[in-house]
Design a protein around this ligand. Structure first.
Ligand code: ADE
Ligand code: ZN
Length: 330
């Protein structure tokens, strides 16, 4: 087998942009729908897969939020997370930072505590059984209002020991980061680190807002940064991590093809980028497929792949010693 593909598969990696609800595979979706007696508009796995054909972020999110309705009990969130953990093992992900969207669940009557407990218990078991390390990042849905975000932040405070950071996701267009400036300020006062999706479909100004108003440590996606040369310089000088998700960007038509993706341009510009899977069950690819297909289509060298993987650890919220340990392994 090609030496670079072999390297990608066997090398320890960190994943920094992964929505746990986006790991709901069609077979688990069908199983949970039956187990919880939830009506879904799909009779079988093939019908689910057929529906996974998106024209943009909004069209994906409509199906994504529908799918999440089968998650009701703590055991469902545990099973969902455990299935992703098994993928981590297969793909040599040794550290993962997982997003969850509590408003998607709480707003349909599911209790916040059971959501976080199901996810957290699975990650704890993975750490005990095979040393996988993780952080949980709670995202606000940006299409909802500030009041809803404040309410969910209050619920998160009880679980401060389990939730490491605060993020921002969902429909980007017309929902600028500035809408959440005050709630992010409160989150920072409560000692959460912050990240935000910005510059996925939305304009480069949203990346500035995420940095300046939400004080984020990382930008999720950020592929629209080249609209503004000053911004590129800022991202380069401060080495702000951009958690790029190539297969997601193709499925949601941010780029037409992987060959047109600007990841290599970002690397060449000296930006702190790495590869992640975003919603792998919906975009048909976990982290290795993202690395392998991007490497092939952008003709990335072994050195460039190594840089991306090293960047995944550098950009993580692991402590200095653990970062150095994994970078030495790579
Ligand atoms: N929620 C899940 N995946 C997302 C993405 N790619 N962008 C914004 N919100 C999301
Ligand atoms: Zn995302």
């Amino acid at each position: 087998m090609n030496e670079i593909i072999e390297f990608i598969k066997k090398t320890p990696k960190a994943e920094l942009h992964l929505h746990i609800e986006g790991t709901l595979e069609p077979n688990l979706l069908i199983k949970l729908a039956k187990r919880n007696n939830i009506k879904i508009p799909f009779a079988n796995v093939d019908e689910v897969k057929f529906a996974y054909n998106f024209s943009n972020l909004e069209s994906f999110l409509n199906i994504f939020y529908q799918g999440s309705k089968v998650l009701i009990k703590e055991q469902d969130f545990f099973d969902l997370t455990w299935a992703y953990i098994l993928k981590c093992k297969e793909e040599n992900i040794v550290h993962t930072e997982v997003f969850f969207d509590p408003q998607t669940h709480v707003n349909r009557g599911v209790n916040f505590d059971l959501v976080i407990n199901g996810i957290h218990k699975a990650l704890l078991k993975a750490n005990k059984e095979f040393g996988l390390t993780s952080k949980i990042i709670m995202c606000f849905l940006r299409h909802l209002d500030e009041i809803s975000a404040f309410k969910i932040l209050d619920q998160a405070l009880v679980h401060k020991d389990k939730i490491f950071g605060i993020g921002l996701d969902s429909s980007e267009k017309d929902h600028p980061p500035r809408k959440f400036e005050r709630v992010f300020k409160k989150a920072i006062e409560k000692d959460f680190l912050t990240v935000a999706h910005a510059g996925e479909e939305g304009p480069s100004e949203y990346i500035w807002e995420a940095l300046n108003l939400l004080k984020v440590k990382r930008i999720d996606h950020g592929v629209q940064c080249f609209q503004d040369e000053k911004l590129v310089q800022k991202l380069k000088i401060d080495q702000i991590p951009l958690t790029v998700c190539p297969l997601s960007n193709i499925k949601l038509r941010v780029f037409n093809t992987l060959q047109e993706h600007n990841l290599k341009k970002m690397l060449n510009a000296g930006l702190m980028v790495m590869i992640n899977s975003d919603d792998p069950a919906y975009f048909d690819g976990y982290i290795n497929k993202n690395y392998i297909e991007t490497q092939k289509e952008l003709n990335l060298s072994l050195r460039e792949v190594k840089t991306l993987i090293i960047n995944s650890f550098k950009s993580s919220f692991l402590d200095k010693e653990k970062k150095e340990y994994w970078i030495r392994q790579v």
